[in-house]
Design a protein around this ligand. Sequence first.
Ligand SMILES: NC(=O)c1ccc[n+]([C@@H]2O[C@H](COP(=O)([O-])OP(=O)(O)OC[C@H]3O[C@@H](n4cnc5c(N)ncnc54)[C@H](OP(=O)(O)O)[C@@H]3O)[C@@H](O)[C@H]2O)c1
Length: 276
Amino acid sequence: MTNLLKNLIYPVASNNKKRLKEHFSGKWVVITGASHGIGKELTYKLIESKTNLYLLARTEAELQKICQDAENAGCHARYYAIDLRDRNELDKLCSKLKDELPQVDYFFANAGKSIHRKITDALDRLHDFDRTMDLNFRSMVALSLALQPALSKQKGCIIYTSAVSSLYPSAPGWSAYHASKAAANTWCETADAEWKSWGIRMKIAYMPLVHTQMSDVNKTYKNMPAYSASEAADLLLRLSLNNRHTYKPWWARMSAPIAYLLSPLIRFTYRNCIKA
Ligand SMILES: NC(=O)c1ccc[n+]([C@@H]2O[C@H](COP(=O)([O-])OP(=O)(O)OC[C@H]3O[C@@H](n4cnc5c(N)ncnc54)[C@H](OP(=O)(O)O)[C@@H]3O)[C@@H](O)[C@H]2O)c1
């Protein structure tokens, strides 16, 4: 029963390895959040496809090992260990990238952090909002601006890992996370329209639940059916290969518009049934 439910809600999206290799071999790809979870799985799939990589995250030992594995597999690989919430460090990285990467084919803006805390529990925690916005929104924008000329040269593509929950009416407890994802979604949509003339495409993956260290912190999520990080990486790769502008799970395509129609009822329930 659990397997049936898993296959129905999370249908597997495998990619043809030969096609991936034909597409990605020799290309330059920048990935944030490459040290763990979805980003790490994505990185290893790209290594198999002989892709050249520029990897970003905080955990230097992990990035170093992945780069070594990439070099051993015949790829060019570089990394920069950085806390993407640190604005000074991010400025330095952006200047460096302009010199170091003259051509970029893909930028997977994947690093992110979720936070679940009610606003009433965050009255003295403005930093919750700053940190979440800085990582999930601002760092993606800063790196997109810095990489714009290099992406334009290659008629490249930016793929943002968003969250399916940002397609539904806002739920209590998720103000920081959803605000950051919604801001990033809007920015990507706008850039897609504005940057068409530069040849740059923007794509958004509205990811459902994926078992990673980020989601598995929550015991309820840990026991729920979900994609594995490897399956989620396949979804990102499939989005990069096809002509679609977004990835959304099939059930979200149907239920999100209905949820918006029902939003007065949903808001009423949240206001009256959820304790502050
Ligand atoms: N898991 C889910 O259920 C789910 C659902 C929807 C959307 N998503 C999105 O998917 C993306 C990847 O998440 P994941 O589930 O793979 O989580 P994860 O396993 O926790 O990986 C997060 C990645 O982001 C990096 N990162 C975190 N904070 C950072 C910081 N301050 N500076 C630089 N890098 C940082 C981490 O590396 P370091 O710790 O080494 O810095 C790690 O490589 C996120 O954008 C998340 O919002 C996940």
